[in-house]
Ligand binder design. Structure first.
Ligand code: GDP
Length: 194
């Protein structure tokens, strides 16, 4: 059983060059409201940890949490606030692109997709972009508790298909019910130990 990740808020940054060097990094990204803060809090078993990322003024920053065992977890700004479909760039500041493309210690990006409704077209564009740029990424489907068990198999298939992946490639989690959290902890630890 993977214990909670020992994360401490380190800093918020607007530029890649302001980030420190502390070994491998994993990053979390997703549409606003996808459940990113809830997941990061669940990974660390700290209720308020990622709240810092959701405070006014910090939502558009790169928020860094250092990991006691080495490396760091990075909370990237949520995309898609504006209700304009098909406009990733508008909601995808150059800063995030720069981080994803240039950040040397970055070993894995966890892309959060809403398990009940995702992937949205914006999620699909982000996934396309990551694939084209050859940025290593793993899709995590959130809020699995919202999918009724009778629909679960179908939903898993549809979500995977929408992401152009196999159902087995996707990690399903529920921060609310504590489902799949240990699996994500294991993956994070594995990548931070790289
Ligand atoms: P963020 O904007 O991506 O950081 O999303 P939050 O973590 O703030 O969550 C957005 C909303 O989704 C909040 O109302 C959460 O309570 C809810 N939420 C997050 N995770 C879950 C989950 O696993 N299950 C359910 N049912 N709701 C969740």
């Amino acid at each position: 059983m993977a214990p909670p990740l020992r994360l401490t808020f380190e800093k918020s940054a607007t530029r890649v060059r302001d980030l420190d060097d502390h070994g491998p990094e994993v990053a979390f990204i997703g549409r606003s409201n996808v459940g990113k803060s809830s997941l990061i809090n669940a990974l660390a078993n700290q209720r308020q940890l990622a709240r810092v990322s959701n405070t006014p003024g910090r939502t558009q920053l790169i928020n860094v949490f250092s990991h006691a065992g080495g490396g760091a977890v990075v909370d990237l700004p949520g995309y898609g606030f504006a209700k304009v479909p098909g406009r990733v760039r508008r909601d995808w500041p150059a800063m995030i692109e720069g981080y994803l493309l240039e950040r040397e210690p970055l070993v894995m990006v966890f892309v959060l997709v809403d398990g009940e409704i995702g992937p949205t077209s914006l999620d699909q564009q982000v996934l396309d972009w990551l694939r084209d740029a050859e940025v290593p990424h793993t899709v995590v489907a959130t809020k699995s508790d919202k999918v009724k068990s009778a629909k679960r198999q179908r939903r898993r298939r549809d979500l995977a298909e929408g992401c152009m992946l196999d159902p087995g490639d996707i990690v399903w989690v529920s921060a609310a019910k504590g489902i799949g959290i240990e699996r994500v902890r294991d993956l994070v630890l594995m990548h931070l130990a790289d």
